[in-house]
Design a protein around this ligand. Structure first.
Ligand code: 5GP
Length: 180
């Protein structure tokens, strides 16, 4: 059973749902005030469960697109970001809300934000389910953060370890003996 590999549950399904509801309502309010409708750019694969939960609570005529960027192998981020799958349409003049699973060093989002601005986005904001502020190496503003995350390797609700555990309904800490 998958849950035998989990040291502890950090954020339960219900806590995540409640937080997504609050984030979706805040995003709706803020973009209404700005008079803008964002294109949600979800970074595959980790952000998929978060995107699905979050967008139900965004009461705006949003569109969704996906990117695949790679920079991660095992449990340590390696810095360089490589675009594996790009957006399917031009984003010139578009408000972008990047949907991410977790911000760690900040390198991925720093690179992607700059890339999207370079492609002509009018503004780029970030929503991330989890934020590890202690680990930050590059200065990145997370406009909407679900939960602050302790400095531990977490899995579940989209987050993987070597592509496994994404299907857990909650976020948990992986037992160390499984990756040390
Ligand atoms: P950054 O570029 O901010 O260092 O890394 C962001 C990416 O690192 C995330 O999208 C995620 O794929 C990965 N990452 C960072 N911390 C964790 C973690 O605790 N667990 C998992 N599964 N992935 C992580």
């Amino acid at each position: 059973m998958l849950e035998n590999d989990v040291k502890k549950v950090l954020f339960s399904e219900e806590e995540i749902r409640q937080r997504c509801k609050a984030l979706g309502e805040q995003i709706t309010k803020d973009y209404n005030e700005m008079g803008k409708v964002p294109l949600l750019v979800a970074l595959l694969k980790g952000s998929v469960p978060f995107l699905c939960e979050l967008m139900k609570y965004i009461d705006l005529p949003i569109e969704v697109d996906f990117m695949i960027v790679s920079s991660y192998d095992g449990t340590e981020s390696v810095g360089e970001v490589h675009v594996v799958k790009d957006l399917s349409r031009s984003i010139r003049g578009t408000s972008i809300l990047i949907v991410e699973d977790i911000v760690d060093t900040g390198r991925t989002l720093h690179s992607i934000s700059n890339l999207l601005l370079h492609k002509g986005a009018s503004d780029v904001k970030i929503v991330s389910l989890l934020d590890k502020p202690e680990r930050r190496v590059v200065d990145v503003t997370v406009d909407y953060a679900g939960f602050p995350c302790p400095n531990e390797f977490v899995i579940g609700f989209g987050l993987d370890f070597n592509e496994k555990y994404r299907n857990l309904g909650y976020v948990g800490v992986l037992k160390e003996e499984l990756y040390k």
